[in-house]
Design a protein around this ligand. Structure first.
Ligand SMILES: C[S@@+](CC[C@H](N)C(=O)[O-])C[C@H]1O[C@@H](n2cnc3c(N)ncnc32)[C@H](O)[C@@H]1O
Length: 153
């Protein structure tokens, strides 16, 4: 059954409830983000990283603690924790917007999109992919060996 687009923020209370659950917080801290970490050892500390659907910014906070400094987040609403909010560049936007690429945007070495795609309506996935491709650095521009890329979990 198709899942409704959470662009509507219809599920915000549900996510707030999850975040308050100590078991979920333990899972996020100890398992969920940890298995992505090996990817980052191939990046330079000044690589530009965008977390799409960054929610409260936990993943960005973790990268900041590891020494990454060119961090950005994007979400349809700003729910960033104060500890990370002033250390990153935040875009309050939808990655599915059809007019997303109409304005000039920075491009990133690496884009992370975790736990987001399965919430988007099928019909909006192609916009999402097109928009992500439009803000990913090419091999020529990227500071990473082999060019920029997207990590989708
Ligand atoms: C399940 S949460 C995942 C949060 C975080 N990435 C993580 O892994 O813990 C999904 C997030 O995607 C955001 N989101 C939903 N639709 C979006 C869209 N069209 N563009 C950008 N962010 C979106 C939601 O606001 C929410 O913060």
């Amino acid at each position: 059954m198709p899942v409704k687009n959470i662009d509507s923020l219809e599920y915000q209370d549900w996510y707030d409830g999850l975040d308050a659950n100590p078991l979920i917080r333990w899972y996020q801290r100890n398992i969920k983000f940890k298995f992505l970490m090996p990817i980052f050892k191939y990046l330079k500390k000044d690589s530009t990283i965008l977390d799409i659907g960054c929610a409260r910014g936990e993943f960005l906070q973790r990268l900041y603690k590891l020494g990454y400094r060119n961090l950005s987040g994007m979400d349809i609403a700003n729910a960033l924790r104060p500890e990370i909010a002033d250390k990153i560049c935040f875009f309050e936007e939808s990655i599915t917007s059809p007019s997303f690429l109409d304005i000039e945007r920075p491009k990133f070495d690496i884009l992370v999109i975790q736990g987001v795609l399965h919430h988007l309506p099928y019909g909006e996935l192609s916009n999402c992919v097109k928009n992500i491709a439009g803000i990913t650095k090419t091999e020529k521009d990227s500071s990473c060996a082999g060019g920029g890329g997207t990590v989708c979990v």
